[in-house]
Design a protein around this ligand. Structure first.
Ligand SMILES: Cc1ncc(COP(=O)(O)O)c(C=O)c1O
Length: 385
């Protein structure tokens, strides 16, 4: 038997990868499972985006290897998008690197900056990939607590109680997944000051800034941020293009060049048609976001009703593609998830998959139609938790 690499010792299969196999098996048995767990946008991308990829496929050069840095038109589109929406100026030749989704950026950034034994600050609760990638590159995850009392923002005095000298990267993600908490400009200023004080690279993972969020922000809006911060962004949620795999990392030219040093050795440029589609997405006006958000608001109202039935509490002011809800005291997240899955044929995310501070919470996705959410409501009305 060939032994797997040691770096996999602390990395488990992704929760959804495992649980969705179980959901598929239940469906094969004839169970009508409704999935309200996953944040994969069900709404269509703009027709201009679809037309652009369709037109691109018939161009003779479309099928060749593409530039590692993406076509100039795409980088130009990203630069305009950052200027228009966040008032952040980026040099499209040197401060932008298109990615095949922001998820791959987590690996590239980690490979580019982490040595074995370096430490990485990771939010608890937070996106599980930060910790698993840190383990994959044999660095050490150091979890920092987020909780309701600080509106899911980092508590610097708590973090500073430990030795931070080996910390090289801090992952942040505002608007935050799974809680939907939003950071203000002042919060970002404090984060930049913290990063400068401890010489840590902050990576703000920012894929949710246009979903149910009045004032999209980039951490790069803060003066001097480029010295210590970079940002990941994505078309997955913003433009309903999750399966296309388009994202980007933006920031200081030297940092971007270092990430390219990794990425150019791992893939050979994004498919031309996908880049052309992405270019069209970046041209969409604010009407696009308004229309998406109207739909998400109606769905969110139904999800709130679902959580009311489950006796949960939630903050109506927070944004993002999910509703994060607190269970009554003493009730465990995974017990409710399993109860709903096996007894009501409804799959919902337990907060625990995002870290220990997610215990006692559930996360429901807004990527489900009103019709289906109404069906969920009917199914759970009689549930006892
Ligand atoms: C916080 C966070 N970061 C990154 C990603 C990955 O997004 P992408 O589709 O751009 O790879 C997700 C996807 O769910 C996410 O929730």
């Amino acid at each position: 038997m060939i032994q797997k690499a040691n770096r996999l010792n602390d990395v488990k299969e992704y929760y959804f990868s495992k649980k969705l196999r179980e959901v598929a098996a239940l469906r094969n048995e004839g169970k009508p499972i409704i999935n309200i767990a996953i944040g994969s946008p069900d709404l269509a991308p703009s027709s201009a985006v679809i037309e652009a990829i369709q037109n691109a496929v018939s161009l003779p050069d479309a099928h060749q290897y593409q530039s590692y840095q993406g076509i100039p038109e795409l980088r130009g589109g990203i630069a305009n998008f950052y200027k228009e929406n966040y008032n952040v100026s980026l040099n499209s030749a040197s401060e932008i690197l298109p990615l095949m989704g922001s998820k791959e950026g987590i690996m590239h950034i980690s490979m580019a900056f982490l040595n074995k034994g370096d430490k990485v600050l990771i939010p608890n609760p937070g996106y599980p990939t930060y910790a698993s990638v840190t383990n994959l590159v044999e660095a050490e995850p150091v979890l920092y607590n987020l909780n309701e009392s600080t509106n899911w923002l980092p508590n610097f005095s708590e973090i500073e109680q430990q030795d931070l000298s080996k910390v090289k990267i801090m992952w942040i993600n505002y608007p935050h997944m799974p809680t939907g908490a939003v950071a203000s400009k002042e919060d970002f200023k404090q984060l930049i000051a913290f990063a400068k004080k401890h010489q840590i690279l902050i990576v703000n993972d920012n894929p949710y800034s246009f979903i149910l969020n009045e004032k999209p922000l980039s951490i790069l809006e803060i003066e001097g941020a480029k010295e210590v911060a970079i940002e990941l962004n994505s078309l997955s949620k913003t433009f309903n293009m999750a399966g296309w795999r388009v994202g980007m990392v933006v920031g200081d030219a030297e940092i971007i060049k270092t990430i390219l040093q990794v990425k150019s050795n791992m893939d050979s440029g994004m498919f031309f048609g996908i880049q052309k589609g992405a270019v069209e997405a970046f041209k969409l006006s604010s009407d696009w976001f308004k229309a998406q958000n109207e739909i998400y608001k109606r769905r969110r109202a139904l999800v709130w009703q679902i959580f009311d039935v489950l006796d949960c509490t939630y903050n109506k002011k927070i944004g993002g593609l999910f509703v994060w809800a607190k269970l009554p005291k003493g009730i465990q997240s995974e017990d409710v998830t399993d109860d709903l899955l096996y007894n009501k044929n409804v799959f919902i995310t337990p907060g625990t998959i995002f870290g220990s501070n997610g215990e006692g919470y559930l996360r429901a996705s807004l990527c489900v139609s009103e019709e289906v959410l109404t069906e969920v409501l009917k199914r759970i009305v009689t549930v006892k938790i």
